[in-house]
Design a protein around this ligand. Sequence first.
Ligand code: 9MR
Length: 369
Amino acid sequence: MKTNGWRTLSFSISIFAVALSLSHESHAQSGSEEATTKLKDVSSFPIGSSMSTRHYLWRPDLAALHVEQFNSVTAGNAMKMHFVAREPGGYDFGPADQMLAFAEENDQRLFGHTLIWHSATPDWVEDLSEDPEALDAFMKDYIHTYVGRYKGKVAGWDVVNEAMNTSGPGYRQSVWYRALGKDYIAKAFTYAHEADPEAVLFYNDFNIERDMEKLDTALEMISDLTNQGVPISGLGFQMHLRMDIPDETIAEALRKGAATGLQIHLSEVDIIFNRHDDTRGGGEQIYSELTDEMREQQAEKYRNLVLMYRRIIPEEQQFGITFWGFSDGSTWIPGFFGMKDWPCIFDEELNPKPAFYGFKEGLEASLSE
Ligand code: 9MR
């Protein structure tokens, strides 16, 4: 049974946790006390990361480090539609159940990613769009069944992900949009709220911290939804950052986000040095080596990001900060963009980078400075 499997995993996690905390001490920059302080212990809001069930099962070292440092977890892939609704005629909640078991056994908040996303819509669901009513009926059943199953267990959901064009203004012409118009968004939030009135319901998107036309389109949508009484309660900034995105631009975007009054989640944080064009395989390798100077600059960027979040987002709107992977050895970046990079706070060997200490400083700094 799964439960036994997870018990065994929890046991191995505690062994690894001890080993890892020892190894952190040897990499401490300014004393073992600082190195062994956990991010989750110095933060007033939840800190998390995406993880895959595969990693939990095959990489107990990653799982142990996650549990040691974080108190929130998002499935990197396992809770997407193309896994849950792989085939017509039923849902497979096995991987989502594994995520829940991991979260419950390790005191983690479970965040649901993601209900409606063009990129995770299986072909057979896309085919339903020839009959918009059938697509809507599927969406209703999917969200009711899925969110209802995890009612009270999943704290919040990315209800709709990436509904805006990749850049500039306008809605993405996804299969959902083409069949149901932009109303699909209001419907998705309504269905999710019906299934779990307590869950925090997010709209989530990328590049909205740098592309003001895109952000403004999302904000207009949010204000339309709110005016219609649609139960949207959160805005997720994915925050796949690049070193040269100016902090002032990010701050401006956060100010606009905060003004919605919604919960604000930095939902998929990482910071790269190289560039890409937002498409699979579209990486441009400018830097092929990570220098000490780059490490320090990245630490500063992570520190500033946390400070901006703490200063700009009112405490009651701080849903938390979630990394999209925390080790340079297992980040999604090289596989997706076809380029090497070092976006995370831990290196390939799971040693804390200056970025880890920068992030932690951002959490600990007094805001009256
Ligand atoms: O990290 C995820 C990668 O493993 C998947 O192949 C990909 C497609 O499902 O999705 C990645 O995660 C994405 C997230 O779900 C939504 N925002 C962008 C993330 C990076 O592409």
